[in-house]
Design a protein around this ligand. Structure first.
Ligand code: DON
Length: 341
């Protein structure tokens, strides 16, 4: 009995010393305050512009500004516009990469596409040429368009319909609700994506894509048009923060052991040529989309998402970068931060 008391006391002490400081920074009141402060601080910021190379994106209300944070124990915090939906765009690339890993393992991604940052724009053809001619192989990553279209081509299935249903089901599991496609955005991008079609063909010519490059590009275009709100994105991010298990629904969406592989690519390439600057400021694996969303993951703590359509020159939402940086730093989200003992 005495021993039991002693071990309970020791357990509580350990909890106070090691767990409390981490949780302390994340009390519900602290989280609410951090979200509201970031919303107020940047609400009137007028920097950046909607993407317009996909005509439908230029028409999206650039005042949409929503913030959501979901903890690994499934608590949801939101502020601002959390009902408006935007197209997921490049954030989708993370979850198709996850699906390919789930089906074929992380070595398939590394071996066929690569896991190295290109340091170039998300739709760079020079990056493909450089990898092929100067580096001599799979030296890009699944978060830039050439790697993402290749990843989509690697999803297993006998028909377009079967492949598509798997992709949509995977995204829906991560979000914790059935998602659907914004048909206007899909049509708009399908009519204007000649550059991505060229990239798909090039990846086929170099043997990265094994069959039907046009189909892979078309499915990739559809996955980018999946419609999401800020909370959906935050739950998707929180699933990655929580070892691949959706903390709201309890569904295991990705094997826990593969999560670090996904986060590693997000950390090095999630914000494209600005990934280094982003990591320097936050330490968070993250992913942006030209629809205006950014997700970021604080492993073991929370997933966070912000939607605000105006983008900077690299194609990343201006307000989302600022808001996530402030919130994460206020809540101790940087996984590289440690206290000297
Ligand atoms: O392929 C494209 O160009 C778009 N569907 C997605 C690009 C994107 O989201 C880049 N992100 N910041």
């Amino acid at each position: 009995m005495k021993t039991n008391h002693r071990s309970t006391a020791a357990f509580l002490l350990t909890l106070c010393v090691f767990v409390a400081p981490a949780l302390q920074a994340q009390t519900p009141a602290a989280i609410d305050a951090a979200l509201k402060a970031a919303h107020t601080k940047y609400n009137d910021l007028a920097e950046g512009a909607n993407a317009d190379y996909i005509p439908a994106l230029a028409k999206v209300d650039s005042r949409i500004y929503g913030i959501a944070l979901v903890t690994v124990d499934g608590k949801v915090y939101t502020t601002g516009d959390i009902t408006s939906e935007v197209s997921i765009q490049s954030i989708s690339k993370v979850f198709t990469m996850a699906l390919v890993m789930e089906e074929s393992g992380p070595e398939a991604i590394k071996g066929r596409i690569g896991v190295d940052a290109t340091g170039m724009r998300f739709n760079s053809i020079v990056a493909v040429e450089f990898a092929e001619k100067a580096l001599g192989g799979p030296e890009i990553n699944p978060l830039v368009n050439p790697g993402a279209i290749t990843a989509t081509s690697m999803v297993k299935g006998g028909s377009r319909g079967e492949i598509w249903n798997k992709i949509l089901a995977c995204y829906s599991d991560f979000a914790g609700r059935p998602l659907s496609v914004n048909q206007e955005v899909f049509k708009s991008e399908a009519e204007t994506n000649q550059r991505n079609q060229a990239i798909g063909s090039l990846m086929y010519a170099y043997g990265f894509i094994k069959e039907e490059p046009a189909r892979a590009t078309d499915i990739y275009t559809e996955q980018c048009a999946v419609s999401v709100n800020t909370k959906d994105l935050a739950v998707m991010a929180a699933t990655l923060a929580n070892g691949g298990r959706n903390p709201v629904t309890g569904k295991q969406c990705l094997k826990s052991e593969y999560v670090p592989n996904v986060l590693a690519v997000m950390a090095t390439a999630g914000l494209y040529d600005d990934s280094g600057k982003w990591l320097y400021a936050t330490g968070l694996p993250a992913k942006s989309g030209v629809g205006g969303g950014i997700i970021a993951v604080s492993p073991g703590k929370f997933g966070i998402a912000v939607i605000s359509p105006p983008l900077d020159a690299a194609g990343n939402s201006v307000k989302a970068q600022k808001a996530i940086t402030d919130i994460s730093n206020a809540l101790g989200g940087n996984p590289y931060a440690s206290k000297a003992r």
